[in-house]
Design a protein around this ligand. Sequence first.
Ligand code: UD1
Ligand code: UDP
Length: 381
Amino acid sequence: MDSQSDLIRTSIIFGTRPEAIKLAPVILALNRDDRFAPHLCVTGQHREMLDQVMDVFELQADVDLSIMRADQSLSGLTARALCELDHYLENNRPDLVIVQGDTTTAFCAALSAFYRRIPIAHVEAGLRTGHRFAPFPEEINRVLVSQVADWHFAPTQAAVDNLLQAGLAHDHIFLTGNTVIDALQLAVEKVRRQAPNVEGVAAEIMHSNRRMVLITGHRRENFGRPFEEVCRAIAGLAETFQDVAFVYPVHLNPNVREPVHRLLNDHDNIVLIEPLPYLAFIALMDRATVVLTDSGGVQEEAPSLGKPVLVMRERTERPEAVAAGTAKLVGTDAPAIHKAVADLLTDKAVYERMSHAVNPYGDGRATERIVNILASRVTHA
Ligand code: UD1
Ligand code: UDP
């Protein structure tokens, strides 16, 4: 392309840690591609946790809407995001908006773009549990994004099938793999070139031979009693397995931090730390014996690193790793979590069965496919 007006003016809009991780490879590819003029708009739905990822991938926001408030409500967040995004789109008028996943930022960016009749590409389209409150509010966010998006980039065949079943046009649905694997490959390459900085007790554990359970959790539907059950399970496990370290980078949401710090503070082998920068987290996951999580992204990364992953949810929109035998749904009842972790820590055969590396989520080339499809499909406004 030779003139500025031939470029596809592309706004990549995101706001949270997982969106930044999964869009980083796409942004880096668009920056290198002379068919596109990318513009980065971050809503700032997350702050510290978003900035950590921007630093790792050396990304600079062109516009930062700074909408995060402490303990924000879904309606407050949605209202701020919609108002700010509408101003942003009015001022910038891109040819294309790219959103990722199922956060409030993704939903609001897609809706704002639709209101301004700007074409929308949805990365990681088609994930479904079929249950409106699991996860909450993400299941409905992604259903709504699918309704307004023009191009749907599905990570797996199951996701393609979900979109077809929803009645979306088959020639606007593309099986690409998940960019989480592209990001993971970039991260592993960086980690191998230079070991990331992990500080304090986590660093000691990382460089010891001690077995380690790596824990994350933040789902809204688990707030309250389910989170307390999860904490009780972790406390019980720490007492039973005193030789094992339980490392927990605690999400910044106050609804997570309060029960976690109240119930897990006084165990020598439970290490509560702040959210880790992406590379340090990947290095720790690579060193972990077992991963215990309710995260979407971690469910996709752990199988790729050959780590058994126990999912503290009743349902998952990522059934592929469960089918492959490296992930298991354990819910949020303390006895079930305790038993599943204990089985992996005490039964070699169970551990062997769950710890083979599988990669149902992509081959590391999702970005390339997405960018080429967009270059051939998007026309100028
Ligand atoms: C959000 C997404 C969820 C995604 C998750 C990834 C929605 C509704 N939820 O959940 O889909 O899986 O991010 O982590 O879109 N906070 C900080 N600093 C930060 C980030 C959060 O202090 O960098 C605190 C703030 O008090 C904030 C609260 O966490 O109000 C909740 O943040 P929010 O983005 O609303 O929800 P998450 O639970 O992070
Ligand atoms: N992650 C990270 N630091 C941490 C915990 C997680 O960088 O301390 C990364 C992890 O590797 C994954 C992503 O954050 O790529 C998942 O984010 P989160 O669990 O917050 O959101 P979800 O994927 O559930 O939407």
